[in-house]
Design a protein around this ligand. Structure first.
Ligand code: HEM
Length: 463
């Protein structure tokens, strides 16, 4: 039984358990996600330190500890946007909502929050369904020709179309959104070498730097003219760009740099996480035939040959359970790093100011301590008839506390619409066996670029 958090006055255990360098490093290089789950499990949910040479983060996996870090003492465990780890990210999004803390974060969050209420998300359902259905119409052609589609590219196109319509009021066109999305992809891959050597000054070139700069320029070429236009004529639109261009609820008048950061951060998080999570749909359908059969049966019964409507969503109960299970096993936001502001005691372990604390939905959501047979894909875990989980923070794909995901509700609606639209219109056959190995980017997506052929669902013609 791990010791529970109680702050500075708690008794200290002798030394935190530490995974030595000779074990931690090779394991993390071989299979980083598997290694993290293994370290958490062997420590029995206690806070454990990973010795990675000059970098020695604490891995926190017990739900009680997670609640303490993310919610109860969120003031002491902050997203250190100024820290070395975040430096490359800051060069893309500045002091945006996703990396900032304090007044800057609060100002952006207060401005954006009204766009993401449950009520507003519900109101967007029909518009979203229309954009998604239009995007899926483009599959009629490859389906007729028997031509395989690349699921990652196609999902990107569908999500961009829906997101630009409902969150950006089509101020960014789909081709421009595709350019930004591709550039953000380059940003993520080209910043990896910098993340590995965070102490190297920017005056010293590192591989990837040039691609990184070119990608940031592409993003600016698209985004800055749109922001300038919106600032000149802010209007009263309730899309993300108009909202960010107006004075903030606290009276602040954000400058172009701040707006650009928030726009790029919102674009990236709204699209990338959604694409990453939904990319698992095809491998899941392929490897879980019973789940697929139930899902198809539900979509056929509830949606049939219609366009998905708001009233369908409440009835797509199994679909929702499948999404919940996908978010458990493949949480797009797989790692949530925090930095301690002041010395503290967490689960009997002394945490010094400045220490890095790693919190990972992927890890806790796969620990046998908290989940039966955790590697099994089983949507029944989320059946409303099942008893409540013992710990709120044994499942936290959207984080928790003050930084809890703003787009959670919208995402769940959008994902349900996308899944049910796709399944109501097509059956899929992969061109190669589906592989469930994850790729750890900014979000967690399948490593395999799966291609599938499409067969339209045949429905009897009404008499
Ligand atoms: C699969 C879908 C998604 C997942 C798994 C996810 C996950 C997360 C997580 C774990 C956090 C917490 C980050 C932290 O504590 O440092 C977060 C924050 C956030 N998410 Fe999401 N997210 C998803 C989709 C979305 C969408 C669609 C939007 C917007 C349309 C969005 C907007 C945000 C914002 C703005 C924050 C920062 C909130 C703050 O710091 O105040 N997310 N998300």
């Amino acid at each position: 039984m791990p010791s529970l958090p109680d702050g500075q006055d708690a008794p200290l255990s002798a030394d935190p358990r530490t995974i030595p360098l000779r074990r931690a490093l090779p394991a993390l290089i071989r299979d980083p996600l598997g290694a993290l789950v293994g370290f958490a499990e062997e420590s029995g949910g206690d806070v454990v330190r990973l010795n990675l040479g000059t970098f020695r983060p604490f891995l926190v996996s017990h739900p009680e500890h997670l609640q303490y870090v993310l919610r109860d003492r969120a003031d002491n465990y902050v997203r250190d946007g100024r820290g070395l780890l975040w430096r490359p990210v800051r060069r893309v999004v500045g002091e945006a909502i996703l990396v900032a803390e304090g007044e800057v974060w609060e100002s952006s969050r207060d401005a954006l929050q009204p766009l993401f209420t449950a009520k507003r998300a519900e109101m967007l359902v029909d518009r979203m369904a229309e954009a998604i259905s239009e995007a899926v119409d483009e599959w009629d052609e490859p389906a007729r020709q028997g031509r395989p589609i690349d699921t990652a590219d196609e999902l990107t196109r569908i999500v961009l179309r829906a997101t630009m319509r409902v969150l950006f009021a089509d101020r960014i066109s789909v081709p421009d959104a595709q350019r930004i999305s591709a550039a953000l992809d380059t940003v993520t891959t080209s910043m990896l070498p910098r993340l590995l050597v965070p102490f190297v000054p920017y005056s010293v070139p590192v591989p990837g730097d040039r691609a990184f700069r070119a990608a940031v320029r592409t993003i600016d070429d698209v985004v800055l003219p749109i922001i300038r236009e919106a600032r000149a004529r802010p209007g009263d639109g309730d899309d993300i760009i108009s909202t960010l261009c107006r004075p903030r609820p606290d009276g602040r008048k954000p400058d172009e740099y701040q707006i650009r950061g928030d726009v790029v951060a919102m674009f990236s998080t709204a699209t990338e996480t959604t694409i990453a999570l939904l990319s698992w749909l095809w491998p899941v359908l392929e490897t879980q035939p019973e789940v697929a059969a139930r899902l198809y049966a539900e979509v056929d019964r509830v949606v049939g040959g219609d366009r998905v409507r708001r009233e369908h969503l409440g009835e797509l109960r199994y679909g929702r359970m499948v999404l919940d299970e996908m978010l458990r096993l493949y949480p797009a936001g797989w790692m949530i790093p925090r930095t301690a502001v002041a010395d503290d005691v967490l689960g009997g372990v002394r945490i010094k100011a400045g220490a890095t604390v790693l919190v990972s939905p992927y890890v806790t959501q796969r620990m046998p301590m908290f989940w039966d047979d955790p590697d099994r894909f089983d949507p029944e875990r989320f059946s409303p008839e099942k008893p409540r989980r013992r710990y709120r923070y044994s499942y936290f794909p959207f984080g928790g506390g003050p930084h809890q995901c703003l787009g959670q509700y919208l995402f769940l609606l959008e994902a349900q619409i996308i899944v049910s639209t796709l399944l109501s219109r097509f059956r899929f056959r992969p061109t190669e066996p589906a592989d469930l190995t994850p790729r750890m980017g900014a979000s967690l997506s399948p490593r395999q670029r799966l291609r599938v052929t499409l067969s339209p669902v045949q429905r009897p013609v009404a008499p």
